[in-house]
Design a binder for this molecule. Structure first.
Ligand code: GAL
Length: 433
């Protein structure tokens, strides 16, 4: 039996102790001329669970070749960048950018390019040959006006339903509900038992990105790939009755969740892992909690599947790093970006995070580094129809997302489907281009 990289790290305690890269990659080969010490300020929102371990793993790998560069972790807590994005916008406006920041492929990244805040990274793409090795879907999303402005480090699977096997079996709740109606019926069965939370999710305004995440999976289920993509273009279909159906599903699901639930995504995952909740709808950064923190067995103790009604579709997002104009340590940032784009760097990060590398091909040897879930995700990525995520940056700009966030906050408080649909249509009119 081969051991995935994450299982190896967990068994050896290496990720937590910070020796991850060293254990897998051998020793530092630097010698002779000592490079000049420098610092690198890295801005992200990776502070929780496997996110933080994955960042540590990437930094350790980076330090094997660049021990002279001190890592300044400027991470701002809050899932999906709920707080980080505002803080970053403020710093960019003040002309005080970090050396590099986490961005997301697609419309979110385009915001920074259009504001002329990023350096063109064509020179790195050329010297590293990345156009040939990165996945074409990702390349297309990070290309703007024929140029590349960021380096992708992962691909995340967004439409995933996570569940506790024992809890679902106890309440005859489906592990893989075929559609939203079957999912709602399962949630109701769990609710009737009156012991366990049917769906673990945060509902407070600071967590409403989790509701947006759930909403996007329901919209994708009802609209399927082409009509979902159409929503993000001018003349879109927000008045469509299938949008109404998806929002009614959302309303029914939220009715089954204890009011005022304030869980962060990792707290919600812990509830499922501990058998205090049946399901979580979340991206695959949550998976490390099941396997590393709670040491659960895949498929036997926790389960995953495409969210109801989205089988055959892979809703995705891709995290990237950038070189902001005016970065104080430009050379160190170029070294960091080179690491982020390398197979070694991407493997060290994605194996721990629960994501997959943003590459066109995976080597057979490389696949053995990944755990059961990630191998499944790799297969789905290879055969599913790929569509972009709303909540995680691909299809809509920051301003459009903010308008949607406001509509969702009002919806969580008032549960008015017609009002939500109207607000979503209005946001689309204002922001689609
Ligand atoms: C996403 C991001 C992931 C993960 C998640 C939860 O937006 O792409 O890398 O960090 O938020 O915070």
């Amino acid at each position: 039996m081969t051991l995935s990289r994450r299982a190896f790290l967990a068994a050896s305690g290496a990720a937590a102790a910070g020796g991850a890269g060293l254990l897998l990659s051998g020793c530092d080969s630097s010698g002779g001329n000592q490079p000049k010490p420098s610092t690198l300020e890295v801005f992200s929102w990776w502070t929780a669970g496997g996110e933080k371990d994955a960042l540590d793993s990437l930094v350790n790998e980076f330090h094997l070749t660049h021990p002279e560069i001190a890592f300044d972790n400027a991470a701002v807590a809050g899932g999906a960048g709920a707080a980080a994005k505002a803080e970053l916008a403020k710093r960019m406006k003040e002309g005080n950018p970090p050396d590099t920041f986490q961005a997301q492929a697609g419309a979110m990244l385009a915001d920074y390019v259009d504001a002329d805040q990023l350096e063109d990274l064509g020179f790195l793409y050329e010297s590293q040959g990345w156009e040939k090795v990165f996945h074409p879907t990702v390349l297309q999303l990070i290309k703007r006006n024929g140029r590349y402005y960021s380096v992708p480090v992962d691909i995340h699977h967004i439409n995933v339903l996570w569940s506790n096997v024992a809890v679902c079996n106890r309440y005859r709740a489906d592990l893989e509900p075929a559609d939203p109606a079957a999912f709602i019926a399962s949630l109701k069965r769990v609710r009737q038992g009156n012991q366990v939370t049917p769906l673990a999710i945060g509902l407070t305004p600071d967590q409403n990105w989790q509701v947006k995440h759930l909403m996007e999976t329901l919209l994708v289920a009802h609209l399927q790939a082409d009509d979902w993509a159409a929503l993000w273009r001018p003349g879109n279909g927000w008045e469509d009755s299938r949008v109404t159906d998806a929002l009614h599903d959302l309303s029914q699901i939220l009715d089954l969740v204890p009011a005022g639930s304030a869980y962060t995504w990792d707290e919600a995952c812990a509830l499922v892992a501990q058998g205090k909740a049946a399901y979580q709808v979340m991206g695959d950064w949550t998976e490390a909690k099941f396997t590393v923190d709670f040491q659960l067995q895949p498929k036997r103790q926790y389960h995953w599947a495409a969210t109801p009604g989205t089988k055959g579709l892979f809703v995705f997002a891709s995290d990237c790093f950038t070189l902001p104009k005016g970065a104080k340590h430009r050379d160190a940032t170029v070294d960091w970006l080179t690491e982020c784009g390398s197979q070694r760097g991407q493997d060290s990060f994605t194996t721990v995070k629960g994501a997959i590398p943003p590459r066109a091909k995976f080597d057979a040897d490389e696949v053995t580094l990944f755990d059961t879930y990630s191998r499944w995700s790799m297969q789905e990525w290879g055969k599913d129809r790929v569509v972009g995520s709303l909540t995680h940056g691909v299809v809509a700009s920051a301003a459009w997302n903010s308008a949607i966030d406001a509509a969702i906050t009002a919806f969580v408080a008032g549960q008015d489907v017609a009002q939500l649909q109207g607000a979503l249509a209005k946001a689309a009119k204002a922001h689609a281009k």
